[in-house]
Design a protein around this ligand. Structure first.
Ligand SMILES: Cc1ncc(COP(=O)(O)O)c(C=O)c1O
Length: 430
């Protein structure tokens, strides 16, 4: 197929621009969310919306406890604290992730140990976890990156062998499934961001879920002082007993979600399954078509991978384009897609986390701290090359729109055609 690319003066492949624009716009709040916000504002008990949302979120996941937070970062901080991460402990974390999934480890004066990823999914690679475990490893964090589902059986099995907790960061994958089970319910704790770009949102917000009462109560003493009087365990309840003359306290943070965020998220949760099923139908159609084209063209382009036994979702439709095979840079490929009418972009900010000076220079509060503190048992360093796949994947990732609404088949065909057209004519971009 030799066609003039739109970037080079040819006709644009995508005509249904408006349809794509409205179907890929996210988030969208409808009358239900607006009504819910007004209800909270008019309510004499705005905080009751938090408990209501938590009950719904716990019931959706069929778990005992859901603890809403002001954001996903604080939910992760609570989770690390809950499983007992102490100063000098090590937490195994994927190297390719959003930095705020890692930073709360440092906030506990613990040491992140970066693990490489599976290049097909971007999720943590269980084979590398084995290499990274030490006697100080307290937890493994798994991120279901961009909606791909990590190989939980392998990860849980390693964690069990070493008596290590597993925390699932499901910030990109609300409602995704692993062998029929919802993500966030397979490890010891699941954490979710509800920030505005996420698949369900309160604009800001987060949730920690677990079946483990000890973990739930520990999370409460870190950042939810108001719940302490109602905890079941005396060892934690003793920090704030309302029937005694004692000053309330908690362990240093206030992580309560805003009631307006909880009320919005309640409505979003109600629609999550329906929305996920529409996204699945659209993005599976596109993925199937692109897989065939990618294979035919020698894998110069790979749509998002869905591992067998998983039901993935899409936080951004993150594909991999191989400039080393085509001789055409990623930025030029993105320009060509945009010219065809398909909004494409780079995954800005998603880089190996240890490329930040905090890790490269190994200093947070002062030089060498906490990395060389007296309670740390071995020297962890973050030089280039420690996670080669994580250092390569970002060179290939491009973000395309997720189609969140029901659309015409013609739009799906045009979406595929825009990519196919650029790929088949890639040599004209050299
Ligand atoms: C994988 C991942 N974990 C955690 C977070 C932090 O969530 P929040 O922004 O709600 O604090 C994000 C935010 O985008 C994320 O992408």
């Amino acid at each position: 197929m030799v066609e003039n690319l739109a970037l080079l003066g040819g006709t644009r492949a995508l005509n249904r621009i408006e349809e794509l624009d409205s179907a890929s716009r996210w988030p969208i709040f409808g009358d239900e969310e607006k009504k819910a916000v007004c209800e909270v504002l008019d309510s004499r008990d705005p905080y009751s919306y938090i408990g209501r949302f938590e009950d719904e979120f716990a019931s959706y996941h069929n778990v005992k406890f859901a603890l809403a937070h002001n954001n996903g970062t604080s939910a992760l901080h609570s989770a690390y604290f809950a499983v007992g991460v102490e100063p000098g402990d090590e937490v195994i974390t994927p190297a390719y992730t959003w930095h705020l999934q890692v930073a709360p480890i440092l906030a506990l004066h613990a040491i992140p140990v970066f693990c490489d990823i599976d290049p097909r999914t971007g999720c943590i690679d269980p084979r590398d976890i084995e290499h990274k475990i030490s006697h100080r490893t307290k937890a493994i964090v798994v991120v279901h990156l961009y909606g791909a589902v990590a190989p939980m059986d392998e990860i849980i099995s390693i964690a069990k062998d070493h008596d290590i907790a597993v925390i699932e960061d499901c910030s990109h994958a609300h409602g995704a499934k692993y062998k029929g089970r919802k993500v966030g319910t397979i490890g010891d704790i699941g954490c979710f961001s509800l920030q505005a770009s996420k698949l369900m949102t309160g604009i800001e917000g987060g949730v920690m879920i677990t079946n483990n009462e000890e973990y739930y109560e520990r999370a409460c003493i870190l950042g939810h002082y108001e719940r302490i009087p109602r905890l079941r365990m005396e060892k934690y309840r003793r920090y704030y007993q309302t029937d005694r003359d004692m000053a309330p306290s908690c362990f240093g943070f206030k992580y309560r979600i805003h009631p307006l965020a909880a009320a919005i998220a309640s409505i979003q949760l109600k629609h999550l399954d329906e929305w996920n099923s529409i996204r699945r139908s659209n993005m599976t159609y596109i993925t199937k078509a692109l897989s065939i084209i990618g294979e035919e063209l020698g894998y110069i382009f790979e749509p998002p991978y869905e591992a067998p036994g998983t039901e993935r979702l899409w936080y951004g439709y993150v594909c991999q384009y191989h400039p080393d095979k085509t001789g055409v840079s990623k930025s030029r490929f993105i320009e060509a897609l945009k010219a065809e009418g398909l909004p494409a972009s780079d995954m800005r900010g998603f880089l190996p986390v240890y490329w930040n000076p905090i890790y490269e220079e190994r200093s947070v509060w002062r030089e060498g701290y906490p990395f060389d503190a007296s309670y740390v048992s071995r020297k962890i360093t973050y030089e280039r090359g420690i996670c080669p796949e994580a250092e390569r994947i970002w060179l290939r990732t491009i973000r395309l729109p997720v189609i969140h609404r029901r659309v015409s088949i013609e739009l799906l065909e045009e979406y595929v055609y825009a990519i196919e057209k650029v790929l088949r004519n890639i040599s004209s971009l050299r």
